[in-house]
Design a protein around this ligand. Structure first.
Ligand SMILES: [Zn+2]
Length: 308
């Protein structure tokens, strides 16, 4: 992997799919360096199996000890590749997020391309990111018709929890993801195929062109970019987060520490989802924290200068 790639990834140009393709493994644990052995922990943020060996051509268990003649081999016992330690400047890992995250750039840019694309107010988009706005998918116990709702007295109602656990009401990146899926779908709201296999986005764009006014200029430009494939909709949400090479995030650096809250909230969200009796309010606040911690990390990444 090249320095240019890492740089692009940090500036958020690459999609989750690109990150996954480039990743050498998934980081699933918050652990870093073992305090006794001073070696990276397995599945942690500095794992040698993912990021490469700490010592040149030497695996974790010692079967390969400074063995450049075996370069490229993977130790059968510990799974560490036999490579020079310099690969820890280039190998990346990833974290699979329990919930899609709305990237900070779309929340703060003016005009916000994502809000123009979805035809929602930028403040509504921000409220979705904070789980203060909800998308009702079907009429449930709360009795709300499908649509968008601000977090108000309805949601203090105990019936909210039942609608939420039944998946009738969603928020955050998941709601935005669903709105995007609908927009790029060739079926209308009733599930009927559009004429000529057009996507809902194309139909909306044609409508906008037909009754064009200057007020629509910004929206027209954004829709046009998506209709003509200049922006890949897959770039709009983060589902796979890159873990940059260890060299750029020493254990005690601000950036190094920024990965901890992400992994911690991600683990909590996953745990909450698996529970039989879910604590809905806690789950929602964990998802909101996950969104916040990922965006804090992205802000930190944008300040890193990658060097050869
Ligand atoms: Zn080994």
């Amino acid at each position: 992997m090249t320095v240019g790639f890492i740089d692009e990834m940090m500036r958020g140009i690459l999609s989750s799919k690109d990150v996954l393709n480039a990743s050498c493994g998934e980081v699933t644990r918050i652990r870093t360096i073992n305090p006794r052995s001073h070696r990276p922990e397995r599945d942690g943020l500095y794992d040698e199996r993912i990021f490469g060996p700490v010592n040149d051509w030497t695996c974790f268990c010692g079967v390969y000890n400074n063995a450049p003649e075996h370069e490229g081999a993977i130790c059968r016992h510990c799974g560490v590749p036999v490579l020079p330690s310099s690969v820890r400047r280039t190998r990346i890992g990833h974290i699979t997020l329990a919930e899609p995250v709305i990237p900070v750039c779309y929340l703060h840019e003016k005009p916000s391309r994502l809000s123009l694309l979805l035809n929602i107010d930028p403040t509504v988009l921000k409220d979705f990111a904070c789980y203060q706005y909800w998308l009702v998918l079907e009429k449930g116990d709360l009795g709300l018709e499908p649509g968008l709702y601000a977090y108000d007295h309805h949601f203090n109602n105990p019936l909210f929890c039942s609608d939420y656990t039944q998946g009738r009401i969603i928020s955050g990146g998941r709601a935005i993801q669903l709105m995007l899926t609908r927009l790029f779908s060739t079926k209308d709201a009733q599930g009927i195929e559009n004429p000529d296999g057009k996507t809902n986005l194309q139909i909306e764009f044609e409508k906008l062109c037909a009754q064009y006014s200057e007020d629509d200029e910004a929206r027209y430009r954004v829709l046009s970019q998506f209709v003509h494939g200049e922006i890949d909709p897959q770039h709009l949400l983060i589902t796979i987060l890159p873990v940059i090479p260890p060299v750029y995030r020493p254990e005690n650096s601000k950036l190094g520490k920024s990965y901890f809250p992400v992994l911690c909230h991600n683990r909590n969200v996953l745990k909450d989802k698996r529970l039989h009796h879910r604590e809905v309010r806690r789950e929602i606040s964990e998802m909101s924290r996950l969104q916040g911690s990922v965006n804090h990390l992205i802000n930190m990444l944008s300040e890193v200068h990658v060097t050869q």
